[in-house]
Design a protein around this ligand. Structure first.
Ligand code: ADP
Ligand code: MG
Length: 230
């Protein structure tokens, strides 16, 4: 029997504004994400990718339809079980890399020694141990984004979402960030959804969801999918 979805959207829509400025960002999306899914959410700028990522994360609410997290519990339980990586890594300048990765765990109530241990383990898994004591200003854009992936991984999320995580990176750093996100999802046994308009990213993920003007087209699975190492 297939397990319950991590997140399930049924006819979920999100509109913004009113009157003449009314915009439908997402029309009636019906989709599920399961543990082990590796999904690229592709589509042109303005097609609704970020809005759908925010809905899947529980950071935003649909204006119609429903979103639930059957395998994760109620919406209030989501922090910690859902991690989101944004285009900007948003590291805190005064904290070193290990402290940045440990911070959400500390905020979540973990004791300092355990949080630091978990942060070190997440950095090691993503091959970032050499950066552990560096400050954000000493990192390249790609390194900072991989640290953001380690920060997401440290919380052992069940659902890992990323919104254009390679948007500001060159091709090689972008590929490293995607590899880090896939490794993080594998390690946590999570479902992974990456919004991107970069075809090189979608080629590394087994499933593509295409958004066109706010509509999610039927998922397309790649036959005989194999990850192509770059
Ligand atoms: P994408 O991430 O694919 O570029 P978005 O989800 O950001 O697309 O946007 C989808 C549509 O919704 C766009 O027309 C955008 O202008 C609109 N939109 C997104 N967020 C807001 C907002 N907070 N207020 C008004 N319109 C918004
Ligand atoms: Mg976007």
């Amino acid at each position: 029997m297939k397990s319950q979805p991590l997140v399930s959207c049924v006819d979920a829509a999100r509109t913004f504004g009113r009157g003449e400025s009314w915009v439908v960002a997402v029309y009636s999306a019906t989709c599920d994400v399961y543990a082990g899914d590796r999904i690229a959410l592709v589509g042109q700028s303005g097609s609704g990718k970020s809005t759908l990522i925010h809905l899947l994360a529980g950071l935003d609410l649909p204006t119609a339809g429903t979103i639930s997290w059957p395998a994760l519990g109620a919406r209030r339980d989501l922090p910690g079980r859902v991690a989101v990586v944004f285009q900007n890594p948003s590291l805190l300048d005064p904290l070193d890399v290990t402290e940045n990765v440990a911070l959400p765990l500390l905020i979540g109530g973990m004791d300092a020694a355990q949080a630091s241990e978990r942060a070190s383990a997440a950095l090691a898994l993503l091959d970032l141990t050499d950066l552990a004591a560096k400050l954000p200003e000493e990192l390249s854009g790609g390194q900072a984004q991989r640290v953001a992936a380690a920060r997401a991984l440290a919380g052992r999320p069940k659902l890992l979402l990323a919104d254009e995580p390679t948007g500001q990176l060159d091709h090689i750093s972008g590929a490293q960030v995607i590899a880090a996100l896939i490794a993080a999802a594998d390690e946590a046994g999570a479902g992974l959804v990456i919004a991107t308009h970069d075809l090189a990213v979608s080629k590394r993920l087994a499933t593509t969801w295409r958004m066109i003007d706010g509509r999610v087209a039927l998922p397309v699975a790649r036959p005989n999918f194999e990850v192509v190492s770059s």
